[in-house]
Write a protein that binds this ligand. Structure first.
Ligand code: HEC
Length: 113
């Protein structure tokens, strides 16, 4: 008898967990989608001097964002790149919050012509 009531309680938690999962799935795209206006401000302050206002870099050999170069990867991978930097690219961990970086990523994706 005890087992059955446990099972019932378990079913309820399972159902609650499933509902939560669905809610998260629906909410997720909104959480991930950054604000391109905020991103653009940050881009102009922190990135433009090297990556150019249109995304065409002033450095030779650097990805041209206006042609979508360097952007054919998932948002979370781009986030890591921007956080960690590498080579001549400065690391933005500790300078920009993840939310800010997400906004910049949304902006980068809009630079593509
Ligand atoms: C001091 C100059 C400089 C600044 C400022 C700078 N970058 Fe970079 N960035 C570079 C260089 C140089 C590279 C190429 C690094 C390499 O491949 O070795 C690069 C690479 C990148 C890449 C990877 C492109 C690829 O080919 O995979 C991304 C994404 C990027 N930068 C985004 C940003 C963002 C967003 C900002 C502002 C928050 C920013 N960068 C600020 C110089 C800069």
């Amino acid at each position: 008898m005890k087992n059955i009531s446990l099972l019932k309680a378990g079913g309820r938690t399972l159902r609650a967990a499933l509902l939560l999962n669905c809610a998260m799935l629906i909410a997720a795209p909104q959480v991930m989608a950054g604000d391109p206006l905020k991103g653009g401000k940050i881009y102009n302050q922190q990135c433009k001097q090297c990556h150019g206002s249109s995304g065409k870099s002033t450095f030779p050999g650097v990805a041209d964002f206006s042609r979508g170069e360097g952007l054919m990867i998932a948002d979370h991978e781009l986030l890591q790149k921007i956080r960690n930097g590498g080579g001549m690219m400065p690391a933005f961990r500790g300078i920009l919050k993840d939310d800010d970086i997400s906004n910049v990523i949304t902006y980068l994706r809009k630079l593509r012509r």
